[in-house]
Ligand binder design. Structure first.
Ligand code: PLP
Length: 483
């Protein structure tokens, strides 16, 4: 299905001036829905590949949209979705080939016994269902999660998301949720420089072993351990080698199940493997996927073993999800998985990701403000610090860089982590070496300006960083101060 040039131009033409769009948004959209670049938000009217275009036609290099996995508006994905919309979209109580083919392809990418799918509409729904499956299978309630984790916005997944519930105004953590330290060897509970030569995986696993023992002694046991295979909201964290193996062993020994949240990091992003958990050589009991699966269309899935799926069926309560697994979503997911293969995007993530990481590491030799560079494939984090020795986070400079990159260089990056000082990159998988060079040149200019001007740089282009500081970060700072 294709559209004429006139149809496309009409779809992207401005129906409202930017200021009217802002006015209507302020009036009718809940204030809790926050914008990027709040003092000068972007109005994006078109996307193509790794680029986004605003209402003036300005092109931005997109380094942050991992959802547009195979590239914004990939023609094969658009075609598959349009064609299926023009044919039939109904629910999964009718037989449809796109549904079973999607399940077949998805499970063919999974190791072990992970062969049964439940289709959903989002990452939140996927994790919510994963918790239900685990609680049903184990007949237990207690869940272990990692500090700074985010697993979605539904009630049950907010309960296992310290990234949200630790904000002032967040719901208190239920007593059946247990938070273990995030395995961040640069800034976490155990840092590499204070534990030279020690097994960091073991150090970070020990608190989980303790929770398991405590819950067993209380006769409660563990229902599940849930974690992102690489923590993204927590600041692009790469856990130490052997961490998940040790944790999974401990959780299994306590009778619990393991849930790998691949909502951000799955589908080849890490380059060396299709799933990020594979980098740790483990096989989870349940895997949740969403975001990149639909390239912008809402589709997700929970993949598990026949045994866990059967126990859910045996309750006698049928699982029905009106939109989960509809033929349009499945046709789109099938197209996404085909494009990843056809265009060698996993390999692209590996080679471009390696190049990007190498160059950022070179920058860290030149610029003291870079405290740490970490990443795998097209999942990279650059931590900015005021002092390399103390590792004091430089949040202000991170915000400044994010804003200058956008306003001066037309490159979109974001900041994240508990201190919001990690510059985070997770671009569409078609991001190429030329794009990496564009990012690097722009980033280098920002770093050089910070060196040249010191704190005065904060008053130059991108000074709106101050106002753009996200409410989330302000809230976290208030929490730290008041505690
Ligand atoms: C790791 C992770 N899990 C789950 C979710 C929730 O996904 P969704 O927004 O599709 O509900 C997110 C969203 O950002 C996420 O980052």
């Amino acid at each position: 299905m294709s559209f004429t040039r006139e149809q496309l131009e009409s779809a992207m033409s401005e129906k409202l001036s930017k200021s009217d769009t802002i006015k209507l948004r302020n009036k009718h959209i809940g204030q809790a829905c926050q914008l990027f670049y709040r003092s000068d938000p972007l109005k994006i009217v078109r996307g193509q590949g790794q680029y986004m275009f605003d209402e003036m036609g300005t092109r931005y290099l997109d380094c942050i949209n991992n959802v547009a996995h195979v590239g914004h508006c990939h023609p094969k994905v658009v075609r598959a979705g349009s064609l299926q919309m023009a044919t039939i979209s109904t629910n999964n109580r009718f037989l449809h080939d796109e549904l079973v083919q999607c399940a077949k392809t998805l499970t063919s990418k999974m190791p072990g016994d992970l062969s049964v799918c439940f289709f959903v509409n989002s990452g939140s729904e996927a994790n919510d269902l994963a918790l239900r499956l685990a609680r049903n299978y184990t007949k237990r309630r207690d869940v272990i999660t990692l500090d700074h984790a985010y697993h979605g916005h539904l009630t049950a997944v907010m309960e296992v998301s310290p990234y949200k519930f630790n904000q002032p105004g967040g719901e208190p953590k239920p007593d059946y949720v247990h938070v273990a330290p995030c395995p961040d060897v640069y800034r976490g509970k155990y840092v590499d420089k204070e534990h030279p030569g020690e097994d960091m995986a073991e150090l970070y696993c020990a608190p989980i072993v303790e929770v398991c023992k405590k819950l067993q002694a209380q006769g409660k046991g563990v229902a599940a351990f849930i974690a992102e295979s690489l923590q993204s909201c927590g600041g692009q964290i790469i856990p130490p080698a052997g961490y998940f193996r040790a944790v999974y062993d401990a959780v299994h020994a306590a009778g619990g199940l393991t849930i790998a949240d691949e909502v951000q990091v799955g589908f080849g992003r890490v380059g060396t493997h299709y799933w990020a958990f594979e980098t740790q050589d483990v096989v989870p009991d349940i895997v949740t996927v969403a975001k990149p699966m639909g390239n912008g269309h809402p589709v997700g899935a929970v993949v598990t073993t026949p045994e866990i799926a059967h126990a859910f069926y045996a309750t006698g309560v049928a699982y029905f999800n009106t939109y989960g697994g509809n033929p349009v979503s499945c046709a789109i997911a099938n197209a996404v998985m085909r494009v990843i293969e056809e265009e060698g995007l996993q390999e692209n993530a590996r080679s471009v990701g390696d190049y990007l990481l190498k160059k950022c590491l070179e920058f860290s030799k030149e610029f003291d403000i870079i405290g740490d560079v970490r990443g795998v494939g097209l999942f990279v984090g650059i931590e900015l610090v005021k002092n390399r020795e103390t590792r004091e986070p430089d949040t202000k400079s991170a915000h400044w860089v994010v804003n200058r990159m956008k306003s001066l260089h037309k490159v979109l990056v974001s900041s994240d982590g508990p201190n919001d000082n990690v510059i985070k990159l997770k671009p569409p998988m078609c991001f190429n070496q030329e794009n990496a060079d564009q990012f690097l040149q722009a980033f280098r200019e920002c770093l050089a300006m910070l060196v040249k001007e010191g704190n005065d740089a904060h008053f130059m282009v991108g000074a709106d960083a101050e106002q753009n500081t996200s409410t989330m970060f302000e809230n976290r700072q208030r929490l730290i101060k008041s505690s």
